[in-house]
Design a protein around this ligand. Sequence first.
Ligand SMILES: [Mn+2]
Length: 206
Amino acid sequence: MRIAITSDVHIGRKEALVNEFFDASVAISKLSDIIIIAGDVVDNDLPATRELFSKYLVLAEDYGFFEKLFFVYGGMKHEIKLLHSFPDLLMNDFCLLSTKIGRILVIHGNNIGLYYRSEEGEHAKLGAERAKRQLIAKPVSWLPKINEEDYLILGHLHKRFYHEPMKIYCTGCWVPTADEGNDTGYFIFIDDQEKNPFTAKRFNSF
Ligand SMILES: [Mn+2]
């Protein structure tokens, strides 16, 4: 199975790399069996945002990847409302994949208490680690029970990292800001047949 995962595109925000996201989606769709957008695909529910999102779905139809798309809800109610107004979209609070390398749980993260305190010097990795440990210790009713061996893929933090010992990936985002520099616009690509199954692919690397 070949899986592409990204999140936090924030379509509708002025700075968001929307065209880059569109082009990268077309490129990665040719390599992937499933494409998961792990929350915050849109930034708001304005008419211009809906129009852009509709364009994305038309693109997906045209290039034959509409059926590969899966949307995981982000933190904002307007996103759920927007997604629900488009028929035939696959979506849920989470996505659980059973692969050759093990189970992979994809969730946005805000809804399991994912946060970190950068002003106190806490790294985003620590916030993600705390969230996973808490989820293992205190499972929540709306998610499958996970353990340490399961991979966890998160959005929400707008920081891209791989916390290898904890098997946690964070996808980053598509909104450049001063302190994030060019670490935006990535898909995590997983091929469970490969010896090194995880790679990160930036929009300008296709
Ligand atoms: Mn976000």
